[in-house]
Write a protein that binds this ligand. Structure first.
Ligand code: CP
Length: 316
């Protein structure tokens, strides 16, 4: 069993329930991971993913090895049949097979490069490991998805929802740097698995996500209108998907402020973190009692623990 996309979840409701059970007693399965090893490979920086996934593995009694592959590993070649006389020193085929010999599960973080849409959509790094590794693979944020984050988001909304069918708004917010679409993509895919939630995406015209992901999700280009009666506001920046990887809008009118939050039904504020204060969200919102970003980050441990637990149970 791999965990590369939130779409691999058979029943989100069931998984959320199981994660909340783990949260109540996180050390219950401390023997499940005995003598099993998780290798975590980071091609990009991390705070939450690195520590929460490691914590989850420790809760399950696993050994953990972490490598900052982007900074410390050999540069990898991903194409088959390449004459490797340029920059890359090692082929993914050997690298993935070798790492697999040292562990029972490999977790990988490899962001979008944001220069080559086709390459990013092909998930070159993640797919390379899925193809050549001989152990299960966990996605710790790839070019197009962040399924551990969106599972944690689902757990957090289940804890904080106060009515049967809450309205959830994913809002684009400005950012000076080009960021991947991965978090937004997985949030959209997770919301498409929710049965009892109204979902609206709001962003400036031109900032549409991949239509193969958004499918028939509702898009409202007027942020104020989208915020009306919302119960959850999920803020995230992403760079332009059409004009791929470019920052074509930094309109600060899209920053989530207290005035914007007044349009909502006393909504909870969510963001995956890290967040740029007073760019994405005003201090007064993220510091308010309606902000649940810290609780959201806490749930990263239980989303990772549920995934690792499910994989461990299926290991030979
Ligand atoms: N939300 C998230 O993935 O945080 P990190 O980038 O710090 O891991």
């Amino acid at each position: 069993m791999n965990y590369t996309s939130i779409k691999e979840i058979d029943s989100l409701k069931k998984w959320v329930k199981q994660a909340l059970k783990i949260k109540k007693d996180p050390l219950k399965n401390q023997r499940l991971g005995k003598d099993k090893t998780l290798v975590m490979l980071f091609f990009n920086p991390s705070l939450r993913t690195r520590l929460s996934t490691q914590k989850a593995a420790i809760n399950l009694g696993m050994n953990v090895m972490v490598m900052n592959f982007g900074a410390e590993g050999w540069t990898l070649e991903f194409e088959d049949g390449t004459i490797m006389n340029q920059g890359a020193s090692e082929h993914i085929k050997e690298a993935a097979e070798v790492v697999s010999q040292y562990c029972d599960i490999i977790a990988i973080r490899a962001f979008a490069g944001l220069t080559d849409k086709e390459k990013d959509n092909a998930e070159t790094v993640l797919s390379g490991f899925v193809k050549y590794a001989t152990v299960p693979i966990v996605n710790m944020e790839s070019a197009t998805g962040h399924p551990l984050q969106s599972l944690a988001d689902a757990i957090t909304m289940a804890e904080f929802k106060t009515k049967h069918k809450p309205k959830v708004v994913l809002t684009w917010a400005p950012h000076p740097k080009a960021l991947p679409q991965a978090v937004a993509n997985s949030f959209v895919e997770m919301m498409q698995l929710q049965r009892d939630m109204d979902f609206v995406i709001t962003h400036p015209v031109g900032y549409e996500l991949n239509p193969e992901i958004t499918k028939d999700s509702v898009i409202e280009y007027n942020q104020d209108k989208a915020f009306e009666n919302a119960d959850f506001i999920y803020a995230k920046n992403w760079s332009n998907y059409n004009d791929y990887g470019k920052v074509t809008n930094t309109d600060e009118n899209w920053t989530v402020t207290a005035d914007k939050m007044k349009l909502t039904n006393n909504a909870k504020f969510m963001h995956c973190l890290p967040v740029r204060r007073n760019v994405i969200v005003a201090d007064e919102v993220i510091d308010s009692e309606n902000s649940i970003v810290i609780q959201q980050a806490h749930n990263r441990t239980y989303s990772a623990q549920l995934v690792l637990q499910k994989i461990l149970k299926r290991l030979p």
